[in-house]
Design a protein around this ligand. Sequence first.
Ligand SMILES: [Zn+2]
Length: 227
Amino acid sequence: MSINTVHTALSSVTSCQPDLGTSMDIVTDVAMDLVEDQEVEPGVGLAVLHRVILDCARLDREINMFSDIVEQLTSEVGQQPPEAQFSLSERVKQQFEERKASLSEAELLKHPKVVAFQESVHIPLPQDEAAESLQEEVDEDIAVMQSQVNFTCPLTQVNMENPVRNRVCNHHYDEAAILSMVKARHKQQRKCRCPVVGCVNQDVTQAHLVPDHLLRRRIQKLGSNKV
Ligand SMILES: [Zn+2]
């Protein structure tokens, strides 16, 4: 097999990565539907979806690893005697197995799509064995979330269009409103306090704000029900 053939084959492998990314977005979407649907207990279903998204993340990472190894070894082989080509596939296989084995679950949890999944359903997701014992906790989290989260932005006093959650104090605001407030304060060289009455968070920054897709969907649904 020539090096060119290797590169062609490799690009057909890496070309499926965008589709993989799309699939992961779909899994997150399904998870949000699950959380939204109050009739169903989401815990177990979410644990399954979490497993699926972790498997996708693993596949994505493995494709990257494989591609790196092939790129590296094929570039090295150019400077080596021709016999080196014969052992190429064996060396790729060996290095791939080694790196695959070193890929930890903790690393998969850092995959941007996995992070997005967790942010979207905002649930500390259970690991395999712990799934059942955590289910009650998950349900409680959702109950707490529903009782605490208001659809109204503390700044605009109307329903939020693009709700963002503050990672630090867990308060929600409409994105445009909070960002303009943060910018205005920073322009005056001051810190921006959380505008929620009684909140002790004295320093809201853009980096602390994460889009809350689930809440946005809830608000949108509420809006469409009224019509
Ligand atoms: Zn706050």
